[in-house]
Design a protein around this ligand. Structure first.
Ligand SMILES: Cc1cc2nc3c(=O)[nH]c(=O)nc-3n(C[C@H](O)[C@H](O)[C@H](O)COP(=O)(O)OP(=O)(O)OC[C@H]3O[C@@H](n4cnc5c(N)ncnc54)[C@H](O)[C@@H]3O)c2cc1C
Length: 418
């Protein structure tokens, strides 16, 4: 068994038994462990199980915030302004004022968080394949359902079974997102880190959205995150219900680099850059309700727990917020929510936007262009963070084309009723 730090009290008393098991030690699992380790719960024994060693740069996470990040030391780049290139030649360097747009590389996150967690002898890491997460039974005693005393929740793996006395936090589960009553689409993307022969990028000026590419009746954009004057991540992103072939992602990346990206007045030629890293991802964009508490003593977190914002696919910053709330409620011994504020109004807005996009009711690049053209970027970022008030939401929604949104809202309401 490839487990380290096997020294907690619980382990000594009954092998393979922990207070908490974190099934899936990726972004959400490690963030949760990071916050638990800083809390009054740091003496709980915790087992973190993941199939991967977490020694590759498998993600680049970007997010915006006003505050200091819990991971401030490993932020690779920070920006106070971002480019937006929309439809009808609308291009603007947006001033983020008190927000900062930040980038963390996955490998830096793993190399920072894991060694900190390993210093706590109550935290154990196990590299294994999880086959099943089994919660506890609640048995009816008279009127009420009650827990069977001392029953343990189980994570089954190819290296044996592991038991949790308190909770299993599961980020390894993946929903199917196939319920036709809901809106299900995908955010999928391929990115290249390219290195150029000559200084090409302005380090202080990333591109948040570049819609100046063929849309093909979907939402397609590129973002550019400069690491230095000669190195940047270029990511080709689509919101759609179908994936495309690898060759197609690469075709559009190459086309963007060689035909849209400019160095002064010139384009970059194919022999003037090299690809040093690649990144690929698929993120669900869905309004399907997530079963956050599928069984007693099991809580789904991260993508499994519905932390991804349905209409944008962002989840890094939301996960940090939700997981900090989750730890606070665990500390206070309160009935544990999953940390999400289930705001029905915000959920409705997400669903309406998904409906507009899935039914292609209006050119989608135009929606984003109008949002950023007619509102301050701060308002839009606040809106995407779900921090705006009802009246601010109405003011923002007022700037996008109304008929398609009214039709979508009607469709959503009818679906809910019938
Ligand atoms: C390439 C990429 C870039 C992204 N960029 C951004 C971004 O810039 N900003 C943003 O807000 N969001 C971004 N996202 C969305 C989101 O933040 C990430 O998907 C994030 O990693 C989700 O965290 P998670 O913990 O739910 O999933 P993960 O980080 O994928 O963690 C799940 C873990 O479970 C493990 N696992 C799964 N099944 C098993 C099993 N059966 N046995 C053992 N282990 C298992 C996996 O190995 C993994 O480590 C990105 C997503 C991807 C894929």
């Amino acid at each position: 068994m490839n487990a380290t730090n096997m020294s907690s009290e619980t382990n000594q008393n009954s092998p393979n038994t922990y207070n908490y098991i974190i099934a899936g030690g990726g972004m959400a699992g490690l963030s949760l462990a990071f916050f638990l380790n800083q809390s009054s719960l740091k003496d709980k024994s915790i087992l973190i199980i993941d199939r991967d060693e977490k020694n590759t740069n498998d993600h680049t996470w970007c997010f915006w915030e006003k505050e200091r990040s819990p991971y401030e030391e490993i932020i690779t780049q920070k920006w106070k302004g971002v480019w937006f290139h929309g439809t009808n030649n609308f291009s603007k360097l947006l001033d983020l004022q008190d927000y900062t747009y930040k980038m963390i590389r996955g490998i830096d996150f793993y190399n920072y968080v894991i060694p900190i967690l390993k210093q706590n002898l109550k935290i154990t890491f196990l590299q294994a394949d999880i086959s099943e997460v089994v919660g506890c039974e609640l048995v009816k005693y008279g009127k009420f359902k009650k827990e069977i005393k001392d029953e343990l929740a189980i994570v089954k793996t190819n290296k044996g079974d592991f038991f949790a006395t308190d909770i299993i936090f599961d980020s390894s589960y993946r929903s199917k997102y196939d319920n036709p009553k809901h809106h299900n689409m995908l955010q999928h993307f391929k990115g290249w880190v390219i290195e150029t022969k000559n200084p090409t990028f302005k380090v202080d000026e990333p591109t948040l959205f570049d819609f100046r590419i063929e849309q093909k009746n979907e939402l397609r954009f590129v973002y550019v995150l400069p690491h230095s004057e000669t190195k940047a991540l270029i990511e080709f992103t689509l919101f759609s219900d179908n994936l495309i072939t690898d060759a197609e992602y690469e075709f559009y990346l190459k086309k963007y680099i060689e035909e849209t990206l400019m160095v002064g007045d010139c384009h970059i030629k194919s022999d003037e850059y090299q690809i040093s890293e690649t990144e690929f991802g698929i993120v669900p964009m869905s309004d399907e309700p997530h079963e956050v508490f599928p069984m007693h003593k099991v809580i789904r977190i991260g993508t499994s727990g519905g932390y991804v914002k349905a209409s944008t696919g962002y989840s890094f910053q939301r996960s940090q917020r939700f997981l900090q709330r989750l730890v606070k409620s665990l500390e206070a011994n309160k009935t544990v929510g999953n940390g999400i504020n289930a705001n029905r109004w915000k959920g409705f807005l997400d669903t309406v936007l998904l409906n507009v996009m899935l039914k292609n009711r209006t050119p989608q690049d135009e929606i984003f262009t109008r949002l950023f053209k007619y509102n301050s970027p701060i308002k839009v970022l606040k809106f995407l963070d779900e921090d705006t008030s009802f009246f601010e939401d109405i003011a923002l929604v007022n700037t996008v084309p109304k008929p398609p949104f009214i039709r979508a809202a009607w469709d959503v309401l009818m679906k809910k009723i019938f």
